[in-house]
Design a binder for this molecule. Structure first.
Ligand code: FAD
Length: 433
C-alpha cells in the first residue's frame, strides 16, 4: 500500500490518512477544490467566518472527542445546545412534541388524542415507509404538522417515499406524561439528540482539520475525471495521471461511478441515488442579539428557510466584536425539487422571512449577505437508496476501490462517523491484502 491515493481531503480522508500513518504508510491526497476540507471548510467574508453549512461537533465517542481536541490543542468551546422551532407564528422549545404549551388548544388536544390512540396499538415490526413510522411514533396530527412538514422541506421528498434506515436517535420519542406536562405548562425540557457541542475557539470548524492538512501531501485543484481499474491509474482534469496500489475515495458515489467503466446496471443504480442540494444564505449583522438559541428549525412549508443557525453563538471569534451572524439552509434536489434559479436569488426572500420571524430588522446594517451552493448535502433515503447503494458498493468491492465518508458510504453520517468511515476503508484494504 505504499502507493496509496486518497480522493478528497475532508473528514473521511483525515480518518483514512491517520489510519494509514499508523501503519507507516504515507498516502497522497487529491482534491478537486482549490481549498482543503470538503464540507468542513470555513470561508471568510468581511471579517465574518461561515462554515459550509452549520458545523458543530457533538460526537459522543470519547476517542473521537480526543482526536478533535488534540487537533486544536484543546482550544475549543463546550456549549449547551439551545434549540427551538418556528411553527405558524409560535416559537416552540425543541422537541416540539414535549413542549406543546402555547400552541392552539384545539391542535394540542388533537395531538394528544392521536398520540393516546396510537400508543394503545401494538407497535408493528415493519414500517412501509418513514410516514408510517411517524404515524406510529406520534399519531397523525403531530406527524402531519411537524416532522412530515419539516421532512418535506429538509429531505425535499414526501415521507411516504422514504425508508427508515437513517433514523437512529434523530427523532425524539416522548411518553404521554412528558407530552402532558409539556402541554400544560412551559417546560424547561431541552431534549435534542445534541445536548452539548464543541466548536473551535478560533478560525471556524475548519480549524479541526488544519494540522491534518498541513501534515499531508495534498494536491488541491485535482479533479479526478477517469479511473482505470485495470491499469490502476487515476486521470485528473488537469491532465496528470497517477498510478495507485490502493485507491480510497470519499467522492460522492454518483460522481465516482461516472469515472469508471462500470456495467449498465451499476450506472443505472448510481443514477438513481439522490442527494439534496443546499443553498446556505449568510448574513453578517452589526448587532449580536439575533437569537436566544444556537439553531432554530422552521416547520411552515410556505417558508423556504429550513434551519437557521447563529455562528457568533458557537464562537464569538467568528464575527467582529459586537456583531452577529445567521446562516440559513434552504434545500433542493435534482430528483424531487430542482433548483431552477441562481442561489443568489435566495438572499432576498430569506431576508424577508427572517424579518417576518423577528430575527432580522429592516434597519439592520448588513456587512455580509451571500449565498453559497452545496451540491451534495444530505443523502435522500428514498425507496431506491438501499438497493442501489448495495449494487454500487458491490461493484466497487469487485474492482478493489475502497469508498468512505458520507457520500462514499452513502449514509446520513456526521463528521466523527465520516472520520471513522475513512479508518474502516483502510482496514478493509489492509484485510484484503
Ligand atoms: C449542511 C450540512 C451541515 C452539517 N452539519 C454537521 C454538524 O453540525 N456536525 C457534524 O458532525 N456533521 C455535520 N454535517 C456532516 C458532515 O459535513 C459530513 O459528515 C462530513 O463532513 C463528510 O466528510 P467526507 O469527507 O465524507 O465528505 P466531504 O467533506 O464532502 O469530502 C469529500 C471530498 O471529495 C472531494 N471530491 C469530490 N469529487 C472529487 C473529484 N472528482 N476529485 C477529487 N476530489 C473530489 C471534495 O472536494 C471533498 O473535499 C453536515 C453536513 C451538511 C451538508
Amino acid at each position: 500500500m505504499t502507493g496509496t491515493i486518497i480522493l478528497g481531503s475532508g473528514m473521511a480522508a483525515w480518518g483514512a490518512t491517520d489510519r494509514l500513518l499508523a501503519e507507516g504508510i504515507t498516502p497522497r491526497l487529491f482534491d478537486k477544490n482549490p481549498f482543503p476540507g470538503g464540507h468542513t471548510a470555513t470561508f471568510e467574508n468581511n471579517g465574518f467566518l461561515f462554515d459550509d453549512g452549520p458545523h458543530i461537533s457533538f460526537t459522543s465517542v470519547e476517542r473521537m472527542q480526543q482526536v478533535f481536541s488534540d487537533a486544536v490543542d484543546g482550544q475549543y468551546e463546550i456549549l449547551r445546545a439551545d434549540v427551538d422551532n418556528w411553527y405558524q407564528g409560535h416559537w416552540v422549545v425543541h422537541p416540539a412534541i414535549a413542549n406543546l404549551h402555547g400552541l392552539p388548544t384545539e391542535l394540542v388536544a388533537r395531538i394528544i388524542e392521536d398520540f393516546v390512540d396510537v400508543s394503545a396499538k401494538p407497535t408493528p415490526d415493519h414500517f412501509a415507509n418513514y410516514y408510517d413510522w411517524l404515524l406510529t411514533a406520534y399519531g397523525q396530527t403531530f406527524a402531519d404538522n411537524f416532522p412530515s412538514a419539516y421532512g418535506r422541506k429538509y429531505h425535499t421528498v414526501d415521507p411516504t417515499l422514504m425508508n427508515t434506515s437513517w433514523l437512529g436517535p434523530r427523532l425524539y420519542r416522548a411518553d404521554l406524561g412528558e407530552i402532558l406536562r409539556g402541554a400544560l405548562a412551559p417546560s424547561p425540557g431541552k431534549q435534542h439528540y445534541v445536548d452539548t457541542f464543541r466548536y473551535p475557539k478560533r478560525n471556524g470548524f475548519a480549524e479541526y482539520l488544519k494540522a491534518f492538512h498541513a501534515g499531508t501531501e495534498l494536491h488541491l485543484g485535482h479533479e479526478a475525471v477517469a479511473i482505470d481499474p485495470e491499469q490502476s491509474t487515476v486521470r485528473f482534469g488537469n491532465g496528470t495521471i497517477e498510478r495507485y496500489d490502493c485507491l480510497i475515495s470519499s467522492v460522492p458515489l454518483p460522481e465516482l461511478i461516472k469515472m469508471l467503466p462500470a456495467p449498465p446496471d451499476v450506472v443505472d443504480a448510481a443514477g438513481r441515488l439522490s442527494c439534496s442540494q443546499c443553498v446556505v444564505v449568510n448574513f453578517g449583522i452589526d448587532r449580536d442579539d439575533l437569537s436566544p438559541c444556537h439553531w432554530r428549525y422552521v416547520y411552515d412549508e410556505d417558508i423556504r428557510s429550513v434551519r437557521m443557525s447563529f455562528p457568533h453563538m458557537f464562537s464569538s471569534s467568528t464575527v467582529p466584536p459586537g456583531h452577529g451572524a445567521v446562516q440559513v439552509e434552504v434545500y433542493y434536489s435534482d430528483k424531487y425539487k430542482p433548483l431552477d434559479h441562481r442561489p443568489e436569488e435566495e438572499i432576498e426572500p430569506v431576508r424577508r422571512e427572517l424579518i417576518a420571524m423577528g430575527i432580522l430588522r429592516e434597519d439592520d446594517t448588513y456587512l455580509v449577505e451571500e449565498a453559497r451552493y452545496i451540491p451534495y448535502a444530505n443523502v435522500i433515503f428514498d425507496l431506491d437508496a438501499g438497493p442501489c447503494t448495495e449494487i454500487v458498493h458491490g461493484y466497487l468491492a469487485d474492482i478493489g476501490i475502497e469508498y468512505c465518508g458520507r457520500y462514499g458510504d452513502w449514509a446520513y453520517i456526521w463528521t466523527d462517523e465520516s472520520y471513522m468511515s475513512g479508518e474502516r476503508a483502510v482496514e478493509r484494504s489492509l484485510a484484503g491484502r
